[in-house]
Design a protein around this ligand. Structure first.
Ligand code: PFF
Length: 447
C-alpha cells in the first residue's frame, strides 16, 4: 500500500462507525460488567464515566490529531513528528501484540457459545460452570481462536474501505438493535429490580478508592482503544474534513451507551437468577446461559446474544490487527497482503502460547503452571501499556508539539471554530497527565 495513494474512510459517519467499532467490543460487553461486578457496581460505573470524559476523550483527540496530521501507522506517525518519540509508537505496537495474545481467545469463546447454543449447551444438562471448564480444557478452544483470527484476516485483507469500513457499517447498527431487544427482555424477568439497584445506585464509600479509580482508568483506556496506536492508525484514514471533536464525543458516548446497556442486560439477569455479580472473567459465559435456559426459545436468545458479542469483537479485532498490519506494511515495506499474513501468523502463535499455558502443558521441560499469560497480557495492556501510552501522548501533544499542531487539527486548519480547544489543551497539559500519574503512584503505594 505504501506506493499507492493512501486509503481513507468514506465520510463523517464512516469515521464514527469504524472508531466506535474498534472501541465497542469485549471491553464494554464482557470486561466492563465483570469489572463493575467486582468493584461495587454503580460506584464503578460512576468513576468510569468520569474517566471517559476527563481522561478518555482528551487522549483520543490527541491520538486523532497525530494520526490524521501524519497519515501514517503508529510508529511512522510519531517518528515523522519527532524521531525519539517513535518509541511511543512502538509502545502501541507492543500493546497491539499483547492484546492479540488473549483477545482472540475470548472472542473465540463467544463464537463457540454462539454455535453451541444450538448444540449441547442447553441439552446436555451439565452445569454451565462445568461446561465452561470443559470447554476451556478442550482443543476446541484453540480451533475457535484460530477461526476468529481467520475471520479478522479475511476482513483486513480486503483493505481499509472494502473491509474495515463496510464491515463496521453493517455490524455496529446490528449490535445496538440486538442489545436493546435483550435489555427489554431482561426487564421483564422477576427480581430484575435488584440488578438495577446494584448497577445504578452508587455506594460512595467504595467509589473513590485508588484501586477503583485505577481499574476504571484501565477500563476507560481499554474500552476506548487508547494508548495503543489504534486511534492514531484509524485517524490516519480520516479525511481532512472530518470533525475530530465531534467524532471523539460520538465514539465515547456510543461506547458508554453500549457498556450501560450491557450492564442493564447482565445485572438484572444475574440477580433474577440469584447468581453472583462478582463472578469474574467467566461472568457472562456462566451466568447468562443460566438465565437463557429458563426462557422460551433459550437457544435462539442465547445465539443472538453471542452473535452480538462476536460481531462486537470482530470490529475490535480488526482494529488492533490493523495497527500491526499498517506497521508492517509501511515501516517494513511488506505488501499489504503479506503484512496481514505476518500479523495473523503472529496472533496465532501468541494465542497458542497463551493457551498452552492455560492448558498447563509441560512445554520444552519448563512448567510455568502458576503463570497465566492470559492474565499477564490483560493486566499489562490495560493497566500499564495503555495508560502509559496515553500519558505520553498527552505530554507529546500538549507539551512537546507547538500549540498550533493541536489547534490546526481541532479546527481543521481554521475552518471550524474549535471552541473546545482551550479546554482540551488545558486537560491535555495538566488534568489528564497528572491524574494518570497520581493514580499510578497511588496504586504503587507511593502515597
Ligand atoms: N476497545 C476494545 C474493546 O473494548 O473490546 C478493545 C481494544 C481494541 C483495545 C483495539 C485496544 C485496541 F487497540
Amino acid at each position: 500500500m505504501s506506493e499507492q495513494a493512501r486509503a481513507s474512510f468514506g465520510g463523517k459517519l464512516s469515521a464514527i462507525l469504524v472508531a466506535a467499532g474498534s472501541a465497542i467490543g469485549l471491553g464494554s460487553i464482557w470486561r466492563f460488567p465483570y469489572m463493575a461486578g467486582e468493584n461495587g457496581g454503580a460506584a464503578f460505573l460512576l468513576v468510569y464515566l468520569l474517566c471517559v470524559f476527563v481522561v478518555g476523550i482528551p487522549v483520543m483527540l490527541g491520538e486523532f490529531a497525530v494520526g490524521r496530521a501524519t497519515k501514517l501507522n503508529a510508529v511512522g506517525a510519531f517518528r515523522s513528528l519527532s524521531r525519539p518519540w517513535r518509541w511511543l509508537g512502538y509502545n502501541g505496537v507492543l500493546g497491539a501484540l499483547f492484546i492479540s495474545g488473549y483477545y482472540y481467545i475470548v472472542a473465540g469463546w463467544s463464537l463457540e457459545y454462539m454455535v453451541n447454543s444450538f448444540g449441547q449447551l442447553y441439552s446436555s444438562g451439565d452445569s454451565f460452570t462445568s461446561q465452561f471448564a470443559l470447554f476451556q480444557a478442550s482443543p476446541r478452544q484453540a480451533i475457535y481462536t484460530v477461526v476468529f483470527i481467520l475471520l479478522t484476516h479475511l476482513i483486513i485483507v480486503r483493505g481499509v474501505e472494502k473491509g474495515i469500513e463496510k464491515a463496521s457499517k453493517v455490524m455496529m447498527p446490528a449490535l445496538f438493535i440486538i442489545l436493546i431487544i435483550m435489555a427489554i427482555r431482561v426487564a421483564l424477568m422477576p427480581n430484575a429490580i435488584e440488578g438495577y439497584r446494584f448497577f445504578l445506585k452508587p455506594d460512595f464509600s467504595t467509589a473513590f478508592s485508588a484501586e477503583t479509580i485505577f481499574t476504571a482508568i484501565g477500563q476507560a483506556f481499554f474500552s476506548l482503544s487508547l494508548g495503543m496506536g489504534c486511534m492514531v492508525t484509524y485517524a490516519s484514514y480520516f479525511k481532512k474534513e472530518n470533525h475530530l471533536t465531534s467524532t471523539s464525543m460520538s465514539v465515547a458516548l456510543l461506547t458508554l451507551l453500549v457498556a450501560v446497556l450491557a450492564g442493564l442486560v447482565i445485572f438484572p439477569a444475574v440477580f433474577s437468577a440469584g447468581l453472583e455479580p462478582a463472578e469474574g472473567a467467566s461472568l457472562i459465559f456462566i451466568t447468562l446461559p443460566e438465565i437463557f435456559k429458563d426462557m422460551p426459545l433459550a437457544s435462539v436468545w442465547s445465539a443472538i446474544f453471542f452473535l452480538l458479542l462476536t460481531l462486537a469483537s470482530l470490529t475490535s479485532t480488526i482494529s488492533f490487527h490493523e495497527v500491526l498490519t499498517a506497521y508492517f506494511a509501511e515501516e517494513h515495506k511488506f505488501s499489504r497482503k503479506n503484512a496481514t499474513r505476518i500479523t495473523s501468523a503472529l496472533s496465532v502463535a501468541l494465542c497458542m502460547l497463551t493457551l498452552l499455558w492455560h492448558f498447563d502443558i509441560d512445554f520444552a521441560g519448563i512448567k510455568l503452571e502458576n503463570i497465566s499469560f492470559f492474565e499477564i497480557f490483560d493486566y499489562v495492556t490495560a493497566n500499564i501499556l495503555m495508560p502509559l501510552g496515553g500519558l505520553l501522548t498527552c505530554i507529546f501533544v500538549a507539551w512537546f508539539m507547538k500549540p498550533d499542531f493541536l489547534r490546526n487539527e481541532i479546527t481543521n486548519y481554521g475552518t471550524l471554530k474549535g471552541r473546545v480547544y482551550p479546554l482540551l489543551r488545558f486537560a491535555l497539559r495538566y488534568v489528564t497527565p497528572l491524574l494518570i500519574v497520581y493514580i499510578f503512584l497511588k496504586n504503587l503505594g507511593v502515597f
